[in-house]
Design a protein around this ligand. Structure first.
Ligand code: FAE
Length: 544
């Protein structure tokens, strides 16, 4: 079939299957007939200059992967464009990903020096020079904050701690006020948890294994101060972790793998949504391709400009393609930066005034505590956190008991707190510099520090312990310079309608963390996934 004939078939397919989609539930659509599957033919990767695609998805993180899978199951060909690498080929050490103990060329996105979230140990700086490379973790610097993000096919799922937390139902109204709570908790959270492969630790194993001694110390200290410690589900396969501990499986979580990828055990999007999406035959992915522009074209289509890059970040080709529909799934920062630039520079002038607003850091703040010599946290620490201290209602903080997998006894307890920080920042176009800025100020972390102190001041007082001052510099207690959880910038029901359709343009959608206004009260990816499931179901039912 030549290109024109193929396109015609593909558009006919969309309207025919769109009718089917409008009359069935999305789960029923999962079972397309054999004939439908045989007809699948997305434009193959790498996307060629001049291609036309029915749907282009920008980014391969949670939102993008949900959109691609569900659209493909509804019979729509999807092309996903991802600026990062494919992460499917082992390096010279035989592994795809580096460990946190030995960051290397693979670890950082286009930096010549690592920027580790914990920058010091015993006061000494631990960052080191690395060759500039399209590595997996981006430490993106804005004026008042460094935003950590995953780069590559799978987005944040490649680098994150896998903590898969559904917020308490009674807190949901404050997270996404325009979304029906019952639908989320009866349909979309369960759907997201199932598709992500979320599982729970066996409490008996938790109580006995060396690798969670640090978490048991965290639990003991929390409970002795009257705080509740809750187990947190994860997408790391706990069965695999048990085998690592038993010495029958190659170590990954027990080899300090997190931040720069996990070689085994973690169910990243590559193994869940994206594997399913590819299996439909309708989804193609172009890694090392960065979208730089989307503009309205004739016939209700969009012209998308894409730069193909090499591993030092240089542009090797600039491609222009057309798409009937475009899903922005470049993450809160990536989507916001694109939309703010496109509105300001006249490519998409009809986007509304909410673009770039409502950005928050999920109240992230880190700290460590120095334990007594009789309270060791263990040399062997699983890199996957599995518990937290919930003081949200009384003090506005949920503190994840995090690992410090250095391989030596540190006598430190380490925490990443998610707090009720009300500050929201805005992205804006800096015409002089030709870039998008974010107006977050470091001082805006003070409410997060105050909330975290409601937990740790009390624990320190009960235990007779003190804060560590050597992890984020010299004599610096709080890791208040960063976030792992960027949220907002194209907020649901403000910059978009209540399902992520961008105001001002038909066929443009936001489907990632940019939709969520700054805070989820817990780790965010389950909520991002569940919201994407909700929105794509509506979009398939009514728009296609
Ligand atoms: P995301 O997963 O960031 O995907 C966006 C994708 O778009 C990325 O692959 C980008 O490379 C790509 N992209 C961006 N701009 C462009 C462009 N112009 N052209 C082409 N591609 C582009 O977005 N969350 C939890 O719930 N639990 C955890 O335990 C947890 N731990 C974390 C630990 C770390 C170190 C980090 C960095 C994050 C962690 N998170 C955690 C946050 C979580 O990974 C994040 O909220 C989601 O990944 C966001 O999902 P999105 O779909 O919004």
């Amino acid at each position: 079939m030549n290109e024109t004939a193929r396109r015609r078939t593909s558009s006919t397919d969309i309207s025919r299957r769109g009718f089917i989609a409008g009359t069935s539930s999305i789960l029923a659509l999962g079972a397309l007939s054999h004939a439908d599957r045989a007809a699948a033919a997305p434009v193959p990767a790498p996307i060629p200059h001049g291609a036309h695609v029915p749907v282009l998805v920008i980014g391969t993180g949670y939102g993008g992967s949900v959109a691609a899978l569900r659209l493909a199951q509804a019979g729509v060909d999807v092309h996903m464009v991802e600026m990062g690498m494919a992460w499917d080929t082992p390096g010279s050490d035989g592994k795809i990903f580096a460990s946190t103990r030995t960051p290397d060329v693979r670890s950082y996105w286009l930096r010549t020096r690592t920027k580790q979230p914990i920058s010091n140990f015993l006061g000494f700086p631990i960052d080191k020079d690395v060759p500039r490379y399209t590595g997996i973790l981006d430490a993106e610097d804005f004026s008042g904050i460094t935003v950590y993000q995953g780069r590559g096919v799978g987005g944040g799922s490649l680098v994150n701690g896998g903590m898969a937390v559904t917020p308490l139902r009674q807190r949901f109204g404050a997270i996404l006020p325009s979304v029906n709570v019952n639908e989320m908790y009866n349909v979309y959270y369960p759907r997201a948890n199932a598709a992500l492969g979320v599982n729970n630790i066996d409490p008996a194993w938790f109580d006995s294994t060396d690798c969670y001694q640090y978490a048991r110390v965290g639990r003991k200290h929390a409970q002795r101060s009257g705080f509740s410690f809750v187990f947190v589900p994860n997408v790391y396969d706990f069965g695999y972790m048990e085998r690592e501990a038993a010495g029958t499986a190659t170590r990954s979580a027990l080899n300090a793998e997190v931040l720069y990828g996990n070689n085994y055990g973690k169910k990243t999007l590559q193994k869940t949504y994206l594997a399913q999406a590819k299996a439909t035959g309708r989804v193609a992915i172009s890694p090392m391709h960065k979208v730089t522009s989307v503009a309205a074209a004739s016939g209700g289509r969009y012209t998308v400009t894409i730069e193909q890059i090499n591993t030092t970040g240089g542009t090797t080709a600039t491609k222009t393609v057309t798409a009937d529909r475009v899903f922005f799934a470049a993450g809160s920062v990536g989507t916001s930066k694109l939309l703010v630039k496109l509105k300001a520079t006249g490519a998409l002038p009809s986007l509304n005034g909410e673009i770039g607003k409502g950005w928050g850091d999920n109240g992230n703040v880190m700290c460590g505590r120095a334990n007594h010599a009789w309270d060791p946290t263990g040399q062997l620490q699983s890199s996957m956190p599995t518990g937290g201290i919930d003081n949200w209602d009384a003090g506005g903080a949920f503190a994840e008991v995090a690992p410090l997998p250095t391989g030596i006894e540190t006598f430190a307890s380490f925490y990443l707190s998610i707090t009720k920080n009300p500050n929201r920042a805005q992205f804006s176009w800096n015409a002089a510099a030709g870039r998008v800025d974010l107006n977050w100020q470091t001082a805006w972390k003070q409410p997060s520090i105050d909330a975290a102190k409601t937990i740790f001041d009390k624990i320190n007082s009960t235990e007779g312990t003190i804060y560590r001052t050597d992890l984020f510099g010299t004599y610096k207690i709080w890791g208040d310079h960063l976030t792992y959880h960027p949220l907002g910038g194209a907020v649901l029901n403000k910059a978009t309608d209540n399902y992520g359709r961008l105001h001002g343009y038909q066929g443009l959608y936001v489907i990632d963390g940019a939709l969520i206004p700054g805070n989820t009260s817990v780790n965010p990816f389950v909520t991002i996934t569940a919201l994407a499931e909700r929105n794509i179901e509506k979009i398939i039912d009514t728009d296609l």
